[in-house]
Design a protein around this ligand. Structure first.
Ligand code: SF4
Length: 351
């Protein structure tokens, strides 16, 4: 394999996305769907990627996996994935420059993807066992017996009976099909799973059970999970840390507790205020005014300024930099050149 000797700046770091831009060519110009994302994902965490539909979440998730399809393309940036090659050494590879064959190997062995809509990825004419086993044979050196044992082990982890292996997708419910995709994703014990709205098509009860299973699997296998959804209630339940995306950029990163207790960015505040509360005071739901802007022409300055209730003059022209306003707490908003109340400044820029 073509290994790049990239020094790992931090032992906890698993994925380091730097200034990533993924654009789509259209007849009206480039749609800048992901447009300058910087993000670090740590080992053994559940990272929630949130934001309205169209903000670039799925483009980012698929782009990191080398799954950007024409007319989309990676305009620039890096996605360095650090994975152990022995007990004492770690190799960093830029996933965006790996040859296609190596990227295919990385995808199953080290990084797995659980996509939206299980029916779209399962072949309707192949038995479930064939679909899982083919992936295991292709990407590992396991014998037939070992591969079958691994398949049943993974099916058991997601609550599927062994008899499901002999079935075809049309014989399964939506929840069972989604469990099959999760079983396939964990079959090679990857270091990172990216799950993109895996439960949106399922009813609430099934969704609840699958979310808990995913959480348990991540904990028991020591896998890092990036969970992509617009559903803030799911993030509240699943995530350790949260990244909020708006118009192709990450605008806030915080622990899930901080993000819900005291969201800093006005967009995050709007997202959280729009979650219905069971048992809370009766009050009119507050939404975010206006519509998400077009990636063909992002607004100048802060991209949220046409919708922001706290907009200032500077916001219309100057892009707010991402600042660490407290340890591990990042926000890109002109309201925060100063640290949050009660928090010690985390960088010299804030002093
Ligand atoms: Fe609102 Fe200005 Fe902050 Fe943007 S930079 S979110 S417009 S206050």
């Amino acid at each position: 394999m073509n290994s790049q000797a990239i020094t790992q700046p931090n032992a906890q770091m698993l994925l380091d996305i730097k200034d990533l831009r993924i654009w789509y060519r259209t007849t009206r110009g480039n749609a800048q769907a992901v447009d300058g994302v910087d993000l670090v994902i740590n080992r053994n965490e559940i990272f929630g990627l949130a934001g309205e539909s169209g903000c670039g979440k799925t483009t980012l998730a698929r782009g990191v996996l080398g799954m950007t399809k024409l007319p989309g393309y990676v305009e620039s940036g890096e996605a360095i994935y650090y994975h152990p090659v022995s007990d004492s050494s770690v190799v960093g590879r830029d996933l965006l420059t790996l040859p296609a064959r190596e990227m295919r190997q990385m995808r199953w062995r080290h990084i797995a993807y659980v996509p939206q809509g299980a029916m779209n990825v399962l072949s309707p004419v192949l038995r479930i066992e064939k679909q899982i086993l083919d992936a295991i044979y292709e990407h590992s050196d396991l014998s037939k017996e070992e591969a079958r044992a691994r398949m049943f082990e993974c099916m058991e982890m997601v609550g599927l009976d062994r008899t499901v292996a002999r079935m075809y997708p049309h014989e399964l419910s939506g929840g069972m099909k989604q469990r099959v995709t999760i079983a396939a994703a964990i079959s090679l014990k990857p270091g990172l799973i990216i799950a993109d709205e895996p439960t949106t098509a399922l009813d609430v009860n099934v969704q609840q059970v699958i979310l808990q299973e995913l959480k348990d699997i991540a904990a028991s296998l020591g896998v890092t999970l990036i969970y992509v959804t617009h559903d803030m209630a799911v993030h509240a339940e699943m995530a350790d840390r949260l990244g909020i995306m708006y118009s192709g950029l990450i605008v806030e990163v915080a622990s899930v507790v901080e993000a819900f207790k005291e969201p800093l960015h006005p967009y995050s505040q709007g997202l959280i205020a729009s979650i219905p509360m069971i048992g809370g005071d009766r009050s009119r739901m507050v939404g975010i005014p206006g519509n998400a802007p077009s990636p063909l022409a992002w607004p100048s300055g802060c991209r949220f300024h046409p919708r922001c209730p706290k907009v200032m003059e500077i916001c219309r022209d100057k892009v707010p930099p991402m600042l660490e306003v407290a340890p591990g707490r990042f926000v890109a908003c002109h309201l925060y050149p100063t640290p949050m109340s009660g928090a010690a400044p985390a960088s010299e820029e804030l002093n």
